[in-house]
Design a protein around this ligand. Structure first.
Ligand SMILES: [Zn+2]
Length: 263
């Protein structure tokens, strides 16, 4: 039988696993927000945890035959096996407190949530579907940035997703961006920061370049908590920091406001 106990890496307390699960993967003792996969994200967001997956038939390819310490094609296969996902994002449709919504949820355990051409394409399809079907959109971002193994093809996803979001905006449909730990690089530099509201989970690392690169560039020591949600909120880069437990009702309230719908 599986060990029912686990230790919180933040407060070091021994905890009953079931208590963490029932608490939406937040430590009941210190409120540490554990990282979640895309499936768990969709489950805790949609009504009764029910949703329909979309755009599942697109698969990444190693068009550049890229190889560093290992082949990109091998890394892809390993990630697919490990996560049982075809790529680092899932698109879904469901209801949030009765409001039909399109959600894209990224998964950091698939190649660090890196944005290759299929991730960009799936995000774009979610945006375009929301535009076409006149539905609100939520993207939950967690990503190390553009996927280097696809070179410039990854970088093109920044423009593609941003242009699609501009059209969603022109159609006057709401987009809520949820940034969770960690969200960096090209993902931060494109759709993750383009929400009508951008919200972070507590203590999430959010930035473009990492702190070491910035310190070396500006030759200054960075302040404590730099690039964490709370710091970014104080400095105007985020609109709010919302804990995972009230996130669903927060999003539903925001959508009702944007859509001018009354409960
Ligand atoms: Zn804890």
């Amino acid at each position: 039988m599986e060990n029912p106990w686990t230790r919180c890496n933040n407060c070091q307390r021994i905890l009953y696993k079931q208590d963490i699960l029932e608490n939406k993967y937040v430590c009941p003792s210190c409120n540490f927000h554990f990282r979640l996969g895309a499936r768990e994200r969709l489950e805790i967001l949609f009504d009764e945890g029910r949703y329909e997956l979309l755009d599942e038939g697109i698969f990444p390819l190693d068009v550049l035959h890229f190889e560093d310490t290992r082949k990109y094609s091998v890394r892809l296969e390993e990630s697919q096996k490990k996560t049982r996902m075809t790529e680092a994002v899932l698109n879904a449709r469901g209801t949030i407190e009765g409001i039909e919504t399109i959600v894209s949820a990224m998964d950091f355990s698939f190649m660090g949530g890196s944005m290759g051409s299929v991730v960009g394409e799936k995000i774009t399809r979610a945006i375009e579907r929301a535009t076409k079907e006149k539905l609100p959109l939520i993207i939950i971002s967690t990503s190390g940035g553009a996927r280097m193994q696809e070179g410039a093809l990854s970088l093109m996803q920044l423009m593609k997703t941003s242009a699609a979001l501009a059209r969603l905006g022109q159609a006057r449909l709401p987009y809520i961006s949820v940034l969770v730990d960690p969200t960096t690089g090209g993902t931060t530099a494109s759709y993750a920061m383009l929400g009508d509201i951008n919200i972070g989970e507590p203590n999430a690392l959010i930035g473009f370049a990492g702190p070491r690169v910035i310190e070396q560039t500006i030759k200054e020591k960075l302040p404590k908590g730099f690039q964490r949600s709370e710091f970014l909120l104080r400095h105007g880069l985020l609109d709010d920091v919302v804990e995972r437990k009230p996130l669903r009702s927060y999003i539903a309230r925001a959508l009702r406001l944007f859509l001018n719908r009354h409960p």
